[in-house]
Design a protein around this ligand. Structure first.
Ligand code: GFB
Length: 409
């Protein structure tokens, strides 16, 4: 791969003296999944981007802890995972200055965060939408408590030694840009931690805006995972970037038109199961029906191979695979190496393979599927091949398809 070392993070670090740099840390509701967290990253990253127009701030990347969906009993514990295991840090840094939490801890010597704000709703609710934020009493039982020295203890990504000097709950109903004056004027600590950062809303910087897409484009997957997925594509799916016209460039220089990418000769599907069966029972197809819908695409595009990305059990997967009969070949990435791959790595490999398929079919409102669709927008696929989803058994056969999020530069 030629793109190694193309990203030069250091060019993007604030130029001001080291003492003036401030650090923004954040965390998300523990129940949220991996790909919603990626959306929250985009909000915080853009906030840091806007802050840097006036003051030097560095975004400290929240280490990954075991998420609700990460159930595999892998040989390595799934906590304190640095971002570099999943994403290309240098790519992130071409958008905003970023730093791993471990590096933050090294930098500050004492494992301390100056100010913590726990974002929460307004207790009284709201009748008309208006932007506001106020320090308030905690609505939910506080997730932080004061120790005998007056320091605030909580769950800072499973780092037990970390504590905060100041803690407040803050009711907020506000767009990300509104947090900028708050941070600049109402906080003084060198490091500020926003917990429940998903409370922050994109506002004008939503999926329709170039700013959103800039943050999104900077979220390039880590090279070792792209390499593993590319190896799988080449070995089993007769797919590589040259043939598929999907060569990756440094994201700041990459601009593709729809239809430039061709994709590998396989249909990729994201078949979300598990908690989705309960969350969206009407829109989740039975396996039999999912096979029927996939075959339609296989025929339309004259393709014989299917790549299956799913959180279904292997038992279910093998049953599903059999249902296709002998006319088609069905593939799924196997956890060949449990010492290396954890659930997060595997989802990225799945996503990368899906992003390179000739055609993709996703699952209804799954953020896992959304992130694949965006990846395909970045690579330059025809939107017809991207914004498709499975219909539930009782939905019309031409059920409403996903919104086409046009990439913006
Ligand atoms: C029902 C809701 O669903 C929302 O999930 P949704 O948007 O699909 O997408 P995510 O927020 O990523 O959460 C789903 C998680 O399940 C695993 N997973 C799902 N599909 C696949 C797959 O095809 N391959 C692999 N390897 N892993 C998969 C993976 O760990 C992924 O991060 C959640 O964020 C909410 O918390 C809630 O659970």
């Amino acid at each position: 791969h030629s793109d190694e070392n193309l990203y030069q993070a250091k060019d993007n670090l604030p130029v001001h003296g080291p003492n003036q740099v401030r650090y923004l840390l954040y965390d998300v509701n523990p129940g949220e999944g991996f790909n919603l967290r990626r959306d929250v990253y985009m909000r915080v990253a853009n906030l840091v981007k806007f802050l840097n127009e006036d003051e030097p701030w560095v975004l400290v990347l929240p280490p990954w802890v075991r998420l609700y969906h990460w159930r595999s009993t892998s040989l390595r514990p799934q906590n304190k995972i640095p971002w570099r295991e999943f994403f290309d840090i240098n790519s992130l840094a071409l958008h905003v200055p970023v730093m791993e939490f471990e590096d933050y801890l090294k930098k500050v010597d004492t494992p301390v965060i100056d100010e913590v704000y726990y974002l929460q709703r307004y207790k009284e609710g709201w009748s008309k939408w208006e932007e506001k934020m106020d320090i308030r009493e905690c609505v939910d039982p506080a997730r932080y408590h004061q120790d005998e020295n007056g320091n605030w203890r909580g769950r800072f990504f499973d780092y037990e030694e970390v504590y905060a000097k100041k803690f407040e709950c803050m009711s907020a109903q506000a767009y990300l840009l509104t947090f900028k004056p708050f941070l600049m004027k109402n906080t003084t600590g060198q490091s500020v931690f926003l917990d429940r950062a998903e409370t922050m809303i994109h506002g004008q910087y939503s999926e329709w805006s170039p700013e959103w897409w800039t943050a999104r484009r900077s979220m390039v997957f880590a090279k070792h995972l792209r390499d593993d997925a590319d190896w799988y594509r080449e070995t089993y799916l007769d797919s590589n970037d040259k043939k598929d016209k999907t060569k990756l460039e440094v994201w700041t220089k990459m601009k593709r038109a729809h239809g430039e990418a061709k994709g590998g000769p396989y249909v990729a599907i994201h078949l979300r199961r598990n908690d989705y069966l309960h969350a969206h029972p009407k829109e989740v197809p039975s396996y039999e029906n999912a096979v029927k819908q996939t075959i339609k695409y296989l025929k339309k595009y004259k393709i014989k191979k299917v790549y299956v990305s799913t959180d279904a059990s292997w038992d279910d997967y093998f049953k599903f695979k059999k249902m296709f009969g002998s006319d088609y070949e069905i593939f799924k990435f196997e956890k060949q190496n449990l010492t290396v791959y954890k659930d997060g790595h595997l989802s990225i490999i799945d996503q990368w393979i899906c992003a390179h398929a000739r055609v993709f079919i996703g699952s209804y409102v799954s953020t896992f599927s959304f992130r694949i669709q965006e990846e395909r927008e970045i690579l330059g696929f025809d939107q017809e091949t991207t914004f498709n989803r499975f219909c539930g058994d009782d939905e019309p056969k031409d059920c409403e398809q996903p919104t086409k999020w046009d990439i913006k530069y």
